[in-house]
Design a protein around this ligand. Structure first.
Ligand code: SF4
Length: 636
């Protein structure tokens, strides 16, 4: 219950589809990310490249998606990662996922490659693969408008790729509702390689829960709890950019420093709000409406109206490019959304190439005549376009930071801030140890949305609260290493469960004082009519992390050597601000990593999984595949 019980499998090479029972997957892995992980693990082999037709894309709604549970509009995508060759999972809000459930489906599993551009249209029981030749070349915003016009229906929900995905830029992503991104792992290019321009859904059914009255009561209780939480108040005021203030350290010039000093104030949410915000926006059934709508009425970006943005855009296009101009950040964020480019990879690539220019590693001759001096907004916007269309130097930059640096050579790789071949757009890694560990060990190839806690530095996370919530008294202490491996493993499992339920992570303990594991367990229990405890959700979360880890070991060849931070964060301390002097020295990192593997039951020397832990988790097939690869640490 609360799932529809159906998924659709598409073969774009043949232009066919069929419907399958989704319950066997959801019974074990809840929904969304958990189900997608398992299907990918079972069906995509090591010799399949991410852009091959045999790679699959699993779009999945969560078990609670489309219900009246708060913020239940999340969609997951799982596929083979174009950056790492391991797993890619992304999660986006908006309104697509609930509509998919209302059409009667939990997941879409897409393989193959259409001979010509197509889009998929799902309208309840009517499923079509339609010609999209007229949409090829259009931006995601144009695509949405044209499809709505063509179908004469403004309420259809659409996800699409832009020119970035069509041109197989490795930093391409998928955009939902013009402003929400399924970003990681080059998924836009993977969709482009399938000649799939868009997926459109419309539904008229409802989502049922097993115990409607009990579920209603639980929803009422958690909505009330959210209403009175510090986290809701905080996000309502300005989304995650509300964090930006003089005391917050955000990176400067490709992480040459970890603090932006006085200029940080220019990028505060108050400035965005005062100058450009016209209204607030919420995803499906979300009481927090953390998103904004902006309109720019003067200057070079005059006329731009766009939804967005979160803190990653501000540090990626603002401080890390040394541009303290909110209008520029809004422009870059919107432009990436239009072209279907992932803002984290793009901003990482821009920061790196500007850094190389400063150090004379690349010259004007190699940058198509663009002068990449810090703060040159025009050049940055031009580079974004060049990446999407693979024009000139854009063809190299479209490979992402790591591969572009490998191609350019001349020591430029030393300046590339990357983890597992993925560009990094993160704040405070040197100063917050668990935050850094979560990013580096992330199963999707770097990024805080796997296991990084948000608790470090929060004043209300006292030793007592840290102990009560996570079993880690030091959870609020940014600079200490003690207990941080345990904290990361706690959040990894928690996040995996929430992604599978289809709720927004911002509703949770991850943001200050919001919903606890018990709250999610109570909601899920009423939805499925079975008593589920928080520990059971964590146990499923642990399975999910282990499936992802095994997929990476087999397909990307990851081992302990890949779980280290970028060299810059090991060698160069933060120079200014509250985190001055902080870096990630190797001896401390090794200690934390040992502890992290130990907590997971993984081998400390190789970083591989052990027979013991996979037996405990009853992941027999995972165990067998790893054994076949010779990458399982056996009990004897
Ligand atoms: S908190 Fe923000 S991102 Fe999450 S569902 Fe609500 S509006 Fe969307």
């Amino acid at each position: 219950m609360s799932i529809t019980g159906k998924l659709i499998r598409f073969d774009l090479t043949k232009g066919t589809y069929f419907i399958e029972d989704s319950a066997p997957y959801h019974d074990i892995y809840i929904g969304g990310r958990g189900v997608g992980d398992w299907i990918l693990f079972k069906e995509v082999e090591k010799d399949v490249s991410p852009l091959d037709p045999e790679n699959i894309m699993v779009f999945g709604a969560g078990a609670l998606t489309g219900t009246i549970a708060p913020s239940s509009g999340r969609l997951s995508l799982v596929t083979k990662n174009l950056m790492t060759e391991g797993i890619a999972f992304s999660n986006a809000g908006g309104h697509f996922a609930p509509e998919l459930k209302y059409a009667g489906y939990d997941d879409l599993v897409i393989k193959g490659k259409s001979p010509n551009p197509v889009y998929i249209l799902i309208n309840d029981e009517k499923v079509e693969i339609r010609d999209a030749s007229h949409l090829w070349g259009k931006t995601t915003w144009e695509t949405e408008d044209l499809i709505k016009e063509e179908l004469e229906d403004k309420k259809v929900q659409i996800l699409s790729i832009g020119p970035g995905g069509e041109n197989l830029a490795k930093s391409a992503c998928i955009i939902i509702n013009k402003g929400r991104a399924l970003g990681f792992g080059g998924c836009g290019a993977i969709m482009g390689a399938k000649n799939l321009k868009a997926i459109v859904v419309r539904g008229s059914h409802s989502v049922e829960v097993k115990d409607p009255e009990g579920f209603m009561n639980e929803c009422y209780r958690v909505f009330k709890k959210m209403e009175h939480s510090i986290g809701t108040n905080f996000l309502r005021q300005g989304g995650t950019i509300n964090k930006i203030g003089p005391a917050l350290s955000i990176p400067y010039r490709n992480y040459q420093d970890g603090h932006y000093g006085q200029k940080t104030a220019e990028l505060s949410q108050l400035n965005f709000k005062r100058k450009y915000e016209t209204k607030r926006i919420a995803c499906f059934n979300c009481p927090m409406y953390c998103s904004h709508f902006y309109a720019i009425d003067k200057g070079p970006y005059r006329g731009l109206k766009a939804e967005g943005l979160q803190i990653n855009a501000v540090r990626g296009f603002g401080s890390n490019l040394d541009v303290a101009d909110p209008a520029f950040v809004i422009k870059c964020n919107a432009y990436c959304n239009q072209l279907g480019l992932h803002i984290d990879e793009i901003s990482s690539t821009l920061a790196w190439i500007f850094d190389c220019y400063e150090k004379n590693i690349v010259t004007k001759e190699e940058t198509d005549g663009l002068s990449l001096e810090w703060g040159n907004q025009e050049a940055a916007v031009e580079l974004i376009k060049k990446i999407a269309y693979r024009q000139g130097i854009g063809d190299i930059l479209a490979e992402g930071t790591y591969r572009a640096a490998s191609k350019i050579g001349k020591n430029s790789l030393k300046r590339a801030v990357v983890i597992k071949k993925t560009g990094v757009n993160e704040g405070n890694m040197r100063g917050k140890k668990a935050w850094a560990l979560g990013i580096v060990t992330s199963t999707r190839g770097g990024g805080h949305l796997t296991g990084s806690p948000n608790s470090e530095g929060l004043r209300n996370i006292t030793y007592q609260i840290g102990e009560e919530r996570y079993g880690v008294p030091t959870a609020g202490q940014p600079k200490t290493y003690e207990g941080k491996a345990k904290l990361v493993s706690w959040f990894e499992k928690f996040k995996a469960a929430i992604d599978s339920l289809g709720l927004c992570y911002f509703t949770s303990y991850w943001q200050n004082n919001l919903l606890s594991p018990d709250d999610y367990a109570a909601l899920y229990s009423k939805a499925i009519g079975r008593d589920i405890k928080a520990e059971q959700l964590f146990a499923i979360g642990e399975k999910i992390i282990n499936i992802e880890k095994a997929f990476n070991t087999i397909n990307a060849g990851f081992s302990r050597k890949d779980d280290y931070p970028p060299q810059r964060f090991i060698d160069e301390p933060v120079k200014t601000g509250p985190l001055a002097g902080e870096r990630l020295p190797l001896d401390k990192w090794d200690q934390m990593l040992d502890e992290y593997y130990e907590i997971h039951g993984w081998d400390k020397v190789t970083g591989w999984q052990t027979e013991r832990i996979l037996e405990k988790l009853r992941l027999k097939e995972v165990e067998e595949k790893l054994r076949k690869e010779g990458k399982l640490i056996t009990n004897d």
